[in-house]
Design a protein around this ligand. Structure first.
Ligand code: PLP
Length: 395
């Protein structure tokens, strides 16, 4: 039960970890002249920024804290609204709420990501930002969302937590908006067990995010900077051990995604002519991470029947990630007068009731992807999974 990065933990991660352990220096800061300081987090940030084609990356304790410090850096707070999709992980909502703003939910479309038309309808004078979530490793319609943001003067924070290594029209996911946030938890394309990364090309936003992630300090501080801290931050730092694992994983990210794309293409080919469903819409088929294969059936009844035969669930029933299943979020939405509870976002309800996530690289019952293949599946295993799917569809 994990994401593709976890399947690829090996000698490279061991070597990086041992390097840190043998030096005995675990803190993310140190003197570049100190031979004990292996600067894994620092190198991870340098390499990740370069990978995204941006000036800055900031490693954090989680994807949740990456989202939170990004929102704080963007100046989002009390009295502001932030548009978020009705299908995402709870952290997208909680980061906005803890920043002091109100998440305004918008419908998804057949890509299972934000429906740009609905985003535009939900903009009010209080709207400050949009969070496109590249759900299940699939790029959002970034051209349309950027066009809306530019016309309406809004910021974009990409939630690329599920989409590390994906791209949209040649640009890395997370690098298209003002800021991007990634997760390194165990279900992601690359993992350090836990961890996150913020990216941006804007030095001011980077410095503010840095301060919020570490008690108000400036980037890569050498000590306690009494007298120069203007922002009250918290501790969302990552340490050298996590940095070491993430660094080794980053160097494998393109190989991991390449393998997933190849396996997904084969799996898709084998089930494509089974009737009664379509694959979800991909805004850039060449850029998706290929961690999941989402099927959208013609009816909710058929989706329920097929998923039950496969020992899995339709997406609306899969637990996390669906607004209607988040009692704490619904309680909050009710308290601020926002639509809440099943039926509040009917287009999302309809699509998710007809959708089934087949695993390709992320095997996670909480996403509804308890059935499918994984990054290590052999051709024979892919054929067997496809045959089981076809049989469940009544072929
Ligand atoms: C879309 C999305 N946003 C944010 C997060 C939060 O990441 P983390 O678990 O690293 O805090 C996740 C993690 O599952 C996610 O899937």
């Amino acid at each position: 039960m994990a994401g593709p990065g976890a399947y690829r933990l090996g000698d490279e991660e061991k070597k990086e970890i041992l390097d840190v352990l043998e030096s005995g220096y675990l803190f993310r800061y140190g003197s570049m002249d100190d031979p004990r300081f292996k600067k894994k987090v620092y190198t991870l940030e340098e390499e990740f920024a370069r990978y995204c084609g941006l000036k800055h990356a900031l490693a954090t304790s989680s994807g949740t804290s990456a989202l939170y410090v990004s929102l704080k850096a963007m100046g989002i707070g009390e009295g502001d609204e932030v548009i978020v999709p009705a299908y995402t992980f709870v952290a997208t909502y909680s980061a906005v709420i803890f920043a002091g703003a109100v998440p305004v939910l918008a419908e998804i479309d057949e890509s299972l990501t934000l429906d740009p038309g609905d985003v535009e309808r939900r903009i009010t004078p209080k709207t400050k930002a949009i969070i496109p979530v590249h759900m299940l490793g699939n790029p959002c319609d970034m051209d349309a969302l950027k066009d809306i943001a530019d016309r309406r003067g809004l910021m974009i924070l990409e939630d690329a937590c599920q989409a590390g290594g994906g791209s949209y029209r040649g640009r890395k996911l997370g690098s298209i908006g003002h800021m991007g946030a990634f997760s390194l938890n165990i279900f992601k394309t690359i993992t350090a067990g836990d961890g996150g990364i913020v990216v941006t090309d804007d030095t001011g936003l980077y410095e503010r995010a840095f301060a919020y992630h570490d008690q108000g300090h400036t980037p890569n501080r050498a000590g306690v900077e009494v007298g120069s801290r203007h922002i009250l931050g918290m501790n969302f730092r990552i340490n050298e051990l996590s940095g070491a694992v993430a660094l080794a994983q980053l160097r494998k990210i393109d190989t991991i995604i390449g393998a997933l794309r190849e396996k997904k293409a084969k799996f898709k080919r084998l089930i494509a002519d089974t009737g009664g469903f379509s694959f979800r819409k991909l805004y850039d088929p060449d850029g998706e991470c290929a961690t999941l294969c989402t099927i959208i059936f013609d009816s909710a009844e058929r989706a329920a029947d097929v998923s039950a035969k496969l020992g899995t669930k339709t997406v609306d029933n899969s637990g996390w990630h669906v607004y209607a299943n988040m009692e704490h979020v619904n309680h909050y939405l009710k308290s601020v007068g926002q639509p809440y509870g099943k039926g509040a976002y009917p287009k999302t309800d309809d699509i998710l009731s007809r959708a089934v996530n087949l695993s390709v690289g992320v095997v996670d019952g909480g996403l509804g992807s308890a059935f499918g293949i994984n990054i290590d599946s052999t051709d024979a295993e892919i054929e067997a999974a496809a045959a089981k799917f076809r049989a469940a569809c009544g072929e």
